[in-house]
Every structure is written in C-alpha cells, then in structure tokens.
Design a protein around this ligand. Sequence first.
Ligand code: FHN
Length: 614
Amino acid sequence: MVSTRGRAIALTVALATGSLALVPATASSAEPRRGAAAAAEPGPGTNYATDDPFTSERTSWFRNDRFGMFVHFGAYSNLEGEYKRPDGTVCRNAEWIMRECKIPKDEYEKQAATFNPKDFDAKALVAAAKSAGQKYIVITAKHHDGYAMWPTKQNKWNLRDHSSFDKNRDILAELKKAADAAGIKLGLYYSIWDWHDPDFPNADTFPQYKKRMHAQLKELIDNYDPDLLWFDGEWDTDNPTNRWSSRDGEELESSLRGLSPDLVINNRVGKRQVADGDYGTPEQEIPEAPVDGQLWESCMTINGSWGYARWDDKWKSGTELTRNLLNTSSRSGNYLLNVGPDKLGRVPAPATDALKAMGDWQNHAGQGAAVSNAGFPGVVSEPDWGVVSRSGNDLYASVYQWPGAGKPLHLTARTPFKVDSASVLGSDQKVTVTKSGDGYDITPSGDATNPAATVIKLSITPASPTTEGSGTGLKAEIFDNDQLSGSPKVTRTDPTVNYAWRFRGSPAENIPDDHFSTRWTGTIEPRYSEKYQFTTVSDDTARVWIDGKLVIDNTTPHNQAVDKAAVDLQAGKKYSIKVEHTQQTGEAYMKLLWSSPNTPQQIVPKSQLSPNKG
Ligand code: FHN
C-alpha cells in the first residue's frame, strides 16, 4: 500500500534450510543458528515467506502440540497485585500495576530491588505443564515494564542486576534445562513496548532502543535457543509513544529468522496482520472456526489476571478450561493457558489443581487424542451439543450436552463419508450410527462418562483422494509496472503462490520493490470432489479466476487483506486458473491457499498446479 519509503536497511540474507531469511548487517557477525549461514544483500528478488506455516516441518510441533503454558512472571509479581499509595489507599492491578497505579519510576525500581523469587522451581513448573498436557511453555522474558528476567548485558534493569535474587541463578536457563529434559518446547515472550527504557518514547532515540532490543533478542536466542518467540506490545500507544512500525517488524522478523531459522514467531512481531509472523494471537477469546489465511493460538488467563494478584480468585474450572481446549483444537487452533507465579516464584495451588484436572481428563481413556495431533474435522459441521476434532480417519466428538436416553446426536456431513465404527472412550456402552437427513445420527446407549466432555470416537472412511499430482507450479509473467501491461520482464514457473515481499522484496532481482505486477496461469487439479475454499492474502490487489470464472476480485489497493471464494471441483479434473497481483508502493503480499472438507487449509501445493505452456 502507498507509504513513504523508509531508509534502506543494510541486511544480510541468510540461506537457511533451503529458504531465504534476512538478518541485519549487525547480525552478520552473529553466529547464525541451526542451519543459517550469511549470504548476499537482500532487496528486490527477496521473498520473506520462508515456507508455508500450515504444512512446514518447522511449525509441525506447534500445529500438533495444540496446548501450551503461558507464564507471566516479572518485577510486577513482587507486588502481588497490590500497591499501597502514599495516602494509604490501595491500588490493584497485576502486570500493569506500575502504569495503572501510577507508581513513580524510582518507587517501582525500589520495590523491584527487593524481588527475590527464591522458590522459583523450573522443574515444578515443567511438571505442572506436563500434568496438564501442555507441550510448550512461553514465559515472559521482558514485559512492558522493561524488566529483563535474564542477565542481559544491555542494561542493569534485570533480575540479575536489580533484585535480591541469588546472583548465581538464571531462571530462564533453569527453565530451558528443565523443559529440554521433559521434552517441552520453550517460548519466550518479549514486549516491544517498554515503559522503562528512556530511548523508547522519543522518535530521535527510538533507533537506539531498537538496537538494544535486537541485541537483547540475540542474547535470548544465543543463551536459551528458544523454539518460539512471543512478541507483544506492538500496538500504537501515546504514553509512552510506541513508534513500532510494520517496517520495524519486517526488519526484526527477518533478523530473527536469520539467527534461528526454525523459530516459530507470532504475529505481534509486526502489526498483528494476517501475514505477520507465523500465527495469529486472539486473546481471551476463541475463534468460531479455523482462521482464514493463518494459524492461530488463543491465549487466556486461568483466573482473571496474567500476572499474579493475591486478590484474584476468579479461578476457571477444569470443565471450562477443558472445553476451551477442545474448542481450540476442533478449529485447528492452539490454546496458551496462563499461570502467574507469586513473588517467590510459586504457582498458586488453584492453578496447578485446574491444570491437573485438564491433564487427568486427557489421560483418561485416551481422550487426549481429541487434542494432540487433532484439528478441524472438515467433513462435519460443528454441532450445537459439543465439538468434533479429527486426527487422520478418526473423528472425536466431544459431547458437552449428553442426550437423553435413546436420543441421537446429529452430525451434519459436509461431504460424503462412511462411519466404520463408533465407541465412547472410557465406556463399553453401545453406540448406534444411522444415516439421517444431511448426515448421521449417533445414539449412545449409556451415560456420559464425565462432566467436562464425553468423547465418542468415530472411525470413518472419507472419500479417497486421487493420486497426488505431478505438477511443477504455475507460469508466472512478471511486469515492472503495476498494470500488468506490455511484455513481462520475467517469465518463469513458480512452484506455489506464497509471497511476502513486504517493503524491500519483489518477485525478481530485476524487478523494483514498488510498482510491479504478476500474472500466474496454468491448471489446478483437486484431489477430492467437493467444495473448495480459495483464500488469498494480498497487498495491494488480487484477482483469481478458476475455470474461466472470476471468483476473487479485490482491485481496491489495500493493506494485507484476506479474500475467499467457494468453488465446487471434481477430483482429477484439471481446471484453468489465473491469478493476478499488482503492487503500487509500500508492503506487498500474494498468497493463494485452499481448503476443502478433506483438505486442511494450506498454500495450494505445487503438485496440484501445472504451468500454461508457451
Ligand atoms: O498488555 C499485555 C498483557 O499484559 C498480557 O501480557 C497480554 C497477554 O497476551 N498481552 C497484552 C494485552 O494484549
């Protein structure tokens, strides 16, 4: 979209696991990790879309684990949610207490100097996560108050240099060791917004803040080798002013991927747009369905606060939390459930009790199969009596409202499939399945097995896919103008349409990073005979024709936008496809995804695309 061109950023392209990522020149001296290596200067010709987050090996653990533990722990925890003002009144808040209770900076620093989480027990925290079935942990390395929970070299405002804590301890190192030993992935939360750093609010000095931020993130990667970075505080604020921009996000994400190409990064690294990072981050809410164009992870508190608050006793029940987990996995989302350790580093008992209840439910009779390695069922609509998740050819119907004796549970089929068997996990009661109207009636003969959710496992035979195509991609004609006019400057075969050119990239080195356009043509071959949803993520414009029919037509120049269209397709048939994208100035994106009842959302794969000849 139209934007002023910022200063050129000296970046170094790092070739990592066969894909390109970008790192700032300063990082070229960085020891790139895990397969990265320095390469040429980026710019025109760079595609930041390193892979398809829906299918890549890099994100497979995230997509299959489904359930993580969020940990909000910082200098704010030392106040345990209460601040007594000089006039004797008490102000209550959790991790925002410094700002919301208007604690003077020197006073906040003074209380932080007494912070001594001597009872922080990484093994116990990991054990609590494992007891819940949580397979990754994301802990706040630095929240908005700027206080670093590791011995950063960038300032003295951290747990090592500004606390009463044992100076030989490093809680992130302890957590990394315990997580590794338990096979749990480690994520680190990092707030861009910084209330403490004097260079943050000032336009003239913000670059210095950014430099320290990049340096801190390199410390975190070098010291703790996280699997995931969870950014926050990217939104616009005026107190202090947050100058974080999309271009800053592009620079940071590129830098991080150059340092550690396997990292999973959330969308708050940029400006929380659909193609920023690897996944979206709905908060305290669960989307009603899979999110078009992006993976997603819903983060929630286990009571009412992120940070510890001694007065907050709004603990959610095991049933509510288990149903939240099932709702997320049935819509191919992740659930990041938070705990807030107290000032000594201890996780409150009501939290560990609720986590254990969730783990017990999953461990009982294999009910956890409805969560781990499970996702959107596709072949059935979400019922009103519970949710359904799918793993391979098994459907897990998690029933919240158990039917009266002899009454059926109806499932609406979105595409034909056969039910081969049905059983209640944890019960030997008979389950009758009969075809009925637009789907099946499932009639259990006994009672629910537990108050949270009783799981009926249905083994099905879905429509079999045609053999995988042998496609090579689509013919791409690339123009050095934003009108698709004249002769194409570049003609080639693109394996997929999965492009994030952002501000600095473009389709080819001899194509400028603004005012360009591309037309892709060829054929597309579905593997199932069913309704396909085509989804585009584009900036500035996008048009898609299938079988000669214009199905997506968004020609109003726009920032990152999602458009979609439903098309009935026959397996094995090759349909003509044409995709057009134009870019004026600013950021540029063009991604083409599809999904169907039997096809989880993904970038349309090369195998099913064949280029136009000539
Ligand atoms: O302001 C933060 C808040 O303190 C907390 O960290 C949540 C968790 O995702 N994120 C921000 C609010 O959106």
